[in-house]
Design a binder for this molecule. Sequence first.
Ligand SMILES: [Zn+2]
Length: 1081
Amino acid sequence: MGGETRTQRGPRSDYPLQAPKPVGQLIHNIYKDRISQFYSGGQYEHQNLRAMMNEAVVSGEPHVQLFVWHAPDQTRPTFKNATSQEFTKTKVGEWFGPSWTTHWFRVILKVPEELQDKRLLELHWDGNNEGMVWNEDGHPLQGLTGGGERVEWILPDSFRDGKEHTIYIEMACNGMFGNAPGGDSIQPPDPNKYFRLDRAEIVAVDPDARQLYIDIWIIGDAAREFPQDSWEQHKALKTCNEIIEAFEVGNRDSLKTCRKIAEEYLGSNVDSAKVYESGKEPLVFGIGHCHIDSCWLWPFAETKRKVARSWSSQCDLMDRYPELNFACSQAQQYKWLKQLYPSVFERVKKKVAEGRFHPIGGSWVEHDTNMPSGESLVRQFLYGQRFYESNFGRRCQTFWLPDTFGYSSQLPQLCRLAGMTRFLTQKLSWNNINRFPHTTFNWVALDGTQVICHMPPAETYTAEAHFGDVKRSMSQHKSLDQDATSLLVFGKGDGGGGPTWQQIEKLRRCRGISDTVGLLPRVHMGNSVDDFFDKLERKADSFVTWYGELYFELHRGTYTTQAKNKRDNRRSEIVLRDLELLATIASIKDKSYKYPKKEIDDMWELVLLCQFHDCLPGSSIEMAYRESDEMYSQVFKTAASVLEDISKVLGFSQVQTTTVADGAALNTLPWHRKEVIDISENEAAVACGHGPLLKLRTLKMSEDMPLVSLSQASKNVFVLENDQLRVRVEAGAITSLYDRTAEREIIPKGQKANQYVIFDDKPLYWQAWDVEVYHLDTRKPLQSGETEIHEVKKHRASLITKTKISEKSSIETIITLTAALPGQQSHVEISSTVVWHETMKFLKVEFPVDIRNTEASYETQFGIVRRPTHYNTSWDMAKFEVCSHRFADLSEHSYGVSILNDSKYGFATAGNVMRLSLLRSPKAPDAHADMGTHHIRWAIFPHQGALSHVTVRKAAEFNSPLKLASAAAAAPLADLSSPPVYLTPDSSEALVLDTVKRGEDDEDVSRGELPVKKGRSVILRIYDSLGGRARGTVVTTWGVAKVSKVNLLEDELEEVALAEGGRFAVDLRPFEVATYKLQLA
Ligand SMILES: [Zn+2]
């Protein structure tokens, strides 16, 4: 027989079987859902990864001893004060409150022997409210959030000695978002909330379990969020399921196996910052941030503690995470920290010096930009940048307003003039009508100045650093044609907090995915916001452009809510302008008079703080407005005393009555004025001139021909008339306003001006913030009662009308016409007293005018913004309520009507109807917003010609009425009857000399923050108010040695030629804001 042969009987037994058993495809939704079950609470929490998170936990005595002292009322005592008090024993499970109270805990920790060698020991403290950990020496160490968030404090190694160690915890009885009842955080705070201390325990954490938790969270996100037609998604799903299968509860080694599997998806470097060293080109730049509203659902007083809690936490995280870079804005918050928490400030300062902690924004607070005056915006930058420069040695390059409600059109110019060329925001992603079309673009101011603007495509400034945030940084990027990079601004925010360790760990894994698997845009850490913009700047010439305001299509109610606050803002801006002008004059006139720099700084800082983007807009709780009321009253009190000092130096005093011979009128506006002024109960005079003190002269009139007449035409119908205007008032409304000079009727036939209208005002959600487009459909005109004669004098006549709004609310309106002086355009003045106790109603006053234009004009900072009067497109319609400063104007080619106001910001012009917004009545977050009595003034100002300097000046005059003064001696009057500095009469009338102040660092003015400059100087700010090339000549009687054009920070830009007699030329481009420094001889 030969060799063996096989007989072929049936199938071969060694047939290469690839799958020894049936194999099915993963059923995606089920395998996906399984992932979160692996680490979630609930029925499996004792059998899944959660059961392995800690190696041991001890609580109660003798390891954790707790003692407490309750601070009285709503006080927030210092560490020293608190720790010197008598503490009593307490325990976990106790309740602490009520809302806004403070409780100090002495915590004595003793680590049991069996825990002393564990890998990671933490104190877990959860009082369900905010807290601060202090060491025994009184240094704040780290903030605590509560409710399961930021509850860990790592025990120092020195605590592993088995001895007792003491720390303190300062408990604040408020959550991160204040004390709202229930789940709706914008409802007014519940004053009676109590907080249970849930946990105070020493925990030995298993670091492997903790890391695995983050691993599977992020790979799970890849499985859930990558598209199903990508292999990367399938691999993520498979990896997660392999991890779950490798896990054995109770077996700590299995955690290491699971992590090894995770490495296949994440790479091997996610446990350290090394993950960022792959050298591959990143697209998404993560920057830690912590948005702390300076007040909002909590008072300003609490914010001071939020800053310390948040920033000490960040310093602590930076020590553990070398890649963490953190940007934070608001100089005011740094100043609070410096004053109240010097050791945290020093810690921050060190991190700033290391280049890890980045002061950003360049402004005093993250302010509103709709309502503050131009000069206020300037001061936000001046005070902000000076603080940064004097404390950290450098200014900011990026203006940072992620959360402010819309951005006015001059910001790019002011930004650049304050040393910043970049701007970051994202709030426009909240638009609820049109989607803003760009992510990265050049933003162009009214004057043509540009800055680069970036709006992070993740569309948040409080990103959780989720996988999805990184993914959206690409998928929602709208400027990919030009540049694909973006910023990812992450960290707990609004109520403070900042990045958490979880967020930093998640980003490491996102980077790991990009480098190992791909598909996810590559995130990078360790850069600054400035680094990011530096790269953008190089390509800026290719970016798309956006001209004019970044109008925010939401929160339009914020132009009106909290009327008193807005009125105080307007008044304090005017008061500060007046004071600086007069103090400048006084300090140059009399060297022994010290320019009140400290008082001025203190006042400005309060005013700037109140312009914070939840304060001035009206979106804070009642407590915050009690605080801002106090701040404003401090401003007015200081102002009164400073003015008193100034008037002594200048030799005048303010009086209630005087005579033509002895009196004068105090004027702070920079042009020639001629107005009627009351000098006693029954007498009036004409004040005329252009200096700080105007001389008075007799008002010429004859008995037969009064300057104003008032007649009754029929019951409830009156006619007021002066040389220029004839006003017919029927049942409180103006049914005719006839311009006698132009021979033109202004009110369309059958329509009523100064007609009050009321609207239902129930926005979709954000009550104090929003007025929604549908409120327009609920318009109801209010019927007025009887009109009566209020006053008939030769120089003035007025009518008074009562209007009932409801059983609880009413208006008393006085319509006044004053004698028209030749050469001065006359106006109809309305002053109202509104008793307001409504709920979710919006009160406005309307003016139908016989004017046709598709655009209306509104005063904005240092200029005018034009907006449509029609609803052609959704972009036009979105502007159904807009912000306006002292005037709004609807003009044709040769004629127009301006509506002036003394304290309002909301306006609308639809067709030919102009509508001034007066009062709202939202009930959240302040249940009593705007309830009470309001005094509001406005005026109808018809004018020949288009919108011009006549309106600009009239609006300023309406806001700065002349004040009666008496000059004891003739000398002051002679001295001050001509201004020491002015624009010559042949200068362009569009030019406004807005601000006169002393140089910040003059040797007799400086408070020493920055290097003192020799000699004395005066700063002038001049702008073109109408939008055209504007030339003029400045003349001054002060001895001037040198003039230079400077920026807002008073850095010299270029020298200006000085001619004989202290003259120099100004030549501004349309809407340019120019600042000049006059160095005195
Ligand atoms: Zn905010």
